[in-house]
Design a binder for this molecule. Structure first.
Ligand code: HEC
Length: 144
């Protein structure tokens, strides 16, 4: 058997390999495009959710918290906080509005933001919306 790697062999490896990966790329692209619409919950994207998102940004919640894994690791993940708090917007609002102004001595604590009832409603609506995003099972457990 000849030990030489001929030009024809190199060409076949090149074309064969290219074809294989082009087909793989196209089939994965097709798969993504057919799966993504099933995960779309933008129909629930109301004006109130958008207001909650703005408050989330203006108050830099992400500076301490993660949301679906993105953000800072100082405070709990909030992507599933709505579920963690028993599917209750009221529980989230009560938590946020009851934070002590002077903080909690000796442990990490959440600031008091002095939100109005309307703002609290928008924030908890935003967190409810986020909890309903199909993130393929992320976060992996209810603690976040
Ligand atoms: C300075 C850091 C910091 C910022 C900024 C911050 N938080 Fe927090 N947050 C915390 C900490 C620390 C906790 C955990 C407190 C505890 O358990 O007493 C917490 C807890 C929470 C919880 C309860 C989570 C749970 O599972 O117990 C919610 C809801 C929450 N924050 C919402 C918000 C929202 C909304 C914002 C923005 C408006 C925000 N946080 C901004 C530090 C922060």
């Amino acid at each position: 058997m000849s030990q030489t790697f001929t030009k024809a062999m190199a060409r076949n490896v090149f074309y064969g390999g290219s074809l294989f990966f082009i087909l793989l790329f196209l089939s994965l692209t097709y798969d993504t495009h057919s799966e993504m619409p099933k995960q779309d919950n933008s129909a629930n994207l109301t004006e109130k959710v958008a207001k909650g998102k703005r408050l989330w940004e203006e108050n830099n919640c992400i500076g301490c918290h993660t949301l679906l894994g993105e953000g800072a690791y100082f405070a709990p993940e909030l992507g599933n906080v709505y579920k963690r708090f028993g599917n209750s917007k009221q529980a989230i609002e009560a938590f946020i509005s009851s934070r002590p102004r002077e903080g909690i001595k000796g442990r990490r604590s959440m600031p008091q933001f002095d939100f109005t009832a309307e703002e609290l409603d928008a924030i908890s609506e935003f967190l409810k919306y986020v909890s309903e995003i199909d993130a393929s099972g992320w976060p992996p457990n209810i603690q976040g």
